[in-house]
Design a protein around this ligand. Structure first.
Ligand code: MN
Length: 280
């Protein structure tokens, strides 16, 4: 048994993406460039419609998985495989882009609060050129664990005897959305192979057994490897707990493309420009 301790605390940076959607980026920044297999984590949203109405017009991806988790608001999604649908509160879209997908993600709302997360997971070289594949998990398909102290929405991984709907994935992910009441604890069991982190959306947490600096809202907490994680809520808190098995390959980033080499990035740009990118 190895107790998991805090490795690094990273305040999310304000950024914008798409056609100007305001977001807070934590993984994919100079402080946390790549937490193998996780390439990017954005908390997107606002209560002000001017911050999100422009949405994410059509854009390509290659070599990664994008996992979008909506908490408030509604988005419409459309892509080059011909799939189209709406995402509402609690819904998850798990997209394996493989060799290439061109998609748009636009608000299906003209007012109100938008809040959600997008996580990018790297794909190993053996899977980067696969055909794109989607998994949609509607809000009511997530599994839940609930007791007097906490509510856990499971997207992937196992807590107690409850298993999340995403199974058989190469990085053996854990993706939990946790609400923990004041002065209550939760313990997670983590494979020692995995990199893991907590993203505190709101609240105040004590993590592991050692003293660490206070953690404020919208903060990424990178964790050491280990098997046992203990989290205490100093006040009622909402956070994501995410873990995955590292892929251990070199990465080359080119905006929405993540490959192993610079030459493969140039190939992706060439395929996009000559129209062969999204031919399956
Ligand atoms: Mn996208």
């Amino acid at each position: 048994m190895v107790t998991i301790e805090v490795k690094k605390i990273v305040k999310a940076l304000k950024a914008s993406d798409g056609a100007g959607v305001k977001l807070k980026r934590s993984i994919g920044t100079p402080e946390a460039d790549y937490v193998d297999p996780f390439l990017m984590l954005d908390e997107f949203g606002s209560e002000n419609k001017d911050d999100y109405l422009a949405g994410f017009p059509p854009h390509p991806h290659r070599g990664i998985e994008t996992v979008t988790y909506m908490l408030n608001g509604e988005f419409e999604h459309e892509d080059s495989t011909g799939s189209k649908g709406n995402m509402g509160p609690g819904d998850i879209q798990w997209m394996k882009t493989g060799r290439g997908i061109i998609h748009s993600e636009m608000p299906a709302m003209s007012d109100g609060k938008l809040l959600g997360f997008q996580l990018w997971i790297n794909m190993p070289s053996s899977m980067k050129m696969n055909k794109p594949k989607y998994e949609y998990i509607k809000s009511d398909q997530k599994t839940k664990f609930e007791d007097q102290d906490k509510k856990i929405n499971l997207i992937a991984g196992i807590f107690e005897n409850v298993e999340g709907p995403v199974k058989g994935h190469n990085v053996e992910p854990i993706y939990f959305d946790v609400e923990l009441n004041e002065n209550k604890k939760v313990n997670f069991t983590v494979p020692e192979t995995h990199n893991s982190f907590i993203y505190l959306l709101k609240g105040d947490l004590k993590i592991g057994s050692k003293k660490h600096e206070n953690i404020s809202d919208s903060t990424l907490i990178l964790l050491e490897k280990g098997s046992d994680l203990e989290v205490l809520a100093n006040k009622k808190s909402k956070f994501l707990f995410i873990a995955g098995k590292p892929i251990g390959e070199p990465i080359a980033r080119g905006g929405p493309f993540v490959m192993n080499t610079k030459a493969e990035i140039l190939q992706a740009i060439q395929d996009y420009n000559n129209g062969t990118f999204a031919k399956y």
